[in-house]
Design a protein around this ligand. Structure first.
Ligand SMILES: [Zn+2]
Length: 351
């Protein structure tokens, strides 16, 4: 279509580079112009149960670029991960950022407020198992649906933050989930190395059906967005070293993605974990651990003792593999189905 000359001039002005910089970015009720930081809410409307509001922050850089999503608090008592995102909300300066960062510090508000580990107390579901969510499901499913539409669909990269929950003594580690798509896997591997955690789990054989991805990072990966999971913190504590691992790891990853100036500090020769083995409680009892988080054990080594409530030994769980204790139950309480320990078997070769 040929336009009269004044119209063409108008379009050229509209598309000039200076104008392209001036893009505002909105997520939920948070709207940030270029060079601005805005706060708001992702609104999950009431359905079969109550609605909720999930806090969200947009840091919109002065310079154009990619969109990075940082999501924490699916498990609202994994406090270190939540506090790390709070620190980043304060620390990220839009004048320094290229592109846009979406920060969701606390997905599971009810878990945090009521101090309920592992699940959303509104519907008793884990908020990292029901992605991509359902518009007409229970609160966890509706929240997951909103996050898929508002965060996952609109980002280029995603980091999901976790840690040891109230009853988990956890050593820091990351997950890298290769998809078989070479370019995406190269980017996600660069992200996980730049983040700098020294133990990395290779998470393979994950759901590939976009309607049944279960986990947030997998939901992003299946939709073509490079994503990783990072974990630090344990058993309700907020230790400075753990918080710093997550804050500094994020900044280093942003440098690797060219969203912040400066050089990343990638980990060299991390321990790659190729297989996870859970040790599950057969029934209720009192747990007396013999190992700490991060301990390296041999297959068959006793991990601890379980007694009944009058002191009789009823079980002596042993490690099914040789490897590292990624986390171990942090409290004496055990009921049937509880995770006593999670062991990681070390890969023979780096991927
Ligand atoms: Zn978690």
């Amino acid at each position: 279509m040929t336009l009269p000359r004044p119209f063409m001039l108008g379009i050229m002005i509209l598309l000039s580079p200076a104008m392209l910089l001036a893009q505002s970015f909105s997520v939920g009720t948070a709207a940030a112009g270029p060079g601005q930081k805005a706060t708001g809410l992702l609104q999950v409307t009431a359905g079969v149960d109550a609605g909720t509001n999930i806090p969200v922050v947009v840091v919109n850089g002065v310079k154009p670029g990619k969109v990075l999503a940082l999501v924490s608090g699916a498990h609202g008592t994994e406090y270190t991960s939540i506090i790390a995102i709070e620190k980043l909300i304060g620390a990220l300066d839009p004048a320094q950022v290229s592109g846009t960062v979406i920060l969701v510090p606390l997905v599971n508000v009810a878990s945090f407020e009521q101090k309920v580990p592992h699940v959303n107390p509104i519907d008793n579901k884990s908020m990292n198992r029901f992605y991509p969510g359902k518009a007409d499901g229970t609160q966890t499913e509706r929240a997951s649906y909103v996050i898929t539409k508002e965060i996952v669909d609109r980002c280029d990269y995603l980091i999901d933050y976790h840690g040891g929950d109230l009853d988990e003594s956890l050593r820091p580690y990351a997950y890298w989930g290769p998809t078989g798509h070479e370019t995406q896997d190269r980017t996600s591997k660069e992200m996980v190395l730049a983040f700098g955690l020294d133990h990395i789990i290779i998470w393979s054989e994950r759901p590939t059906d976009p309607t049944a991805t279960r986990y947030l990072d997998n939901t992003a990966s299946v939709r073509g967005k490079a994503s990783i999971v990072v974990e630090a913190g344990h058993a309700g504590t907020v230790e400075t070293d753990d918080v710093n691992l997550l804050v500094n790891g994020t900044l280093s990853t942003m440098r690797a993605l060219k969203m912040l100036p400066g050089e990343p500090h990638p980990i060299e020769n991390p321990v790659w974990i190729e297989k996870l083995s859970d040790v599950i409680a057969d029934g209720p009892g009192i747990w007396y651990p013999l190992v700490k988080r991060g301990t390296y054990v041999s297959a068959g080594m006793k991990l601890g003792t379980i007694t009944d409530y009058v002191g009789k030994v009823i079980a002596e769980p042993r490690s099914p593999v040789s490897g590292v204790v990624l986390h171990v139950n942090a409290v004496p309480s055990l009921k049937k189905g509880d995770n006593i320990a999670d062991l990681g078997a070390v890969a023979a070769h780096a991927p």
